[in-house]
Design a protein around this ligand. Structure first.
Ligand code: SF4
Ligand code: SF4
Length: 138
């Protein structure tokens, strides 16, 4: 199955951590799959109630990450404490894959100051993210 993506879009992460919490005009919902909650609980040895809030109506996502002071509970200064096992939506950010009538399409976030900077994001990178999303969501 194919996908479309924003051609010619540039991106270079500015390590500002805006994507790890609420910003002025938007509350960030950090969605989690059940498998991700289990993996994070196992690796961190935390109870899932300590970091995940059950959700309904966001299938296939079953939880949202807890936030403290508007920031993800795993954000420490500007670094992710669970980086190697961070959730799928954090892995593809600032892009998200959406379902459209004509297939799947990657959208770029308009909240990320890294969009428009650095090198053009190549098709291979979108292909890699697409594979990662499909592997996680089936
Ligand atoms: S908001 Fe964008 S630039 Fe800032 S840390 Fe997240 S991905 Fe990087
Ligand atoms: S899990 Fe890590 S990358 Fe994702 S929002 Fe939390 S601190 Fe940021």
């Amino acid at each position: 199955m194919g996908f479309r993506y924003p051609k010619g879009v540039r991106f270079e992460c500015q390590r500002c951590a805006r994507c790890c919490g609420d910003v002025l005009r938007k509350k960030r919902k950090i969605l989690l799959l059940e498998a991700e909650v289990k993996q994070i609980a196992r690796v961190t040895e935390l109870r899932q109630e300590g970091f995940a809030i059950p959700l309904s109506g966001n299938s296939p996502y079953r939880y949202a990450m807890k936030k403290k002071g508007g920031k993800c509970v795993f954000l420490e200064r500007s670094a992710c404490k669970i980086y190697p096992i961070r959730p799928l939506i954090c892995r593809t950010y600032p892009f998200s894959l959406e379902r459209a009538s004509s297939g799947h399409v990657f959208k770029a976030s308009d909240d990320c100051p890294g969009i428009g900077l650095g090198d053009v994001v190549r098709e291979e990178e979108f292909r890699r993210m697409f594979g990662e999303v499909r592997a996680a969501l089936g």
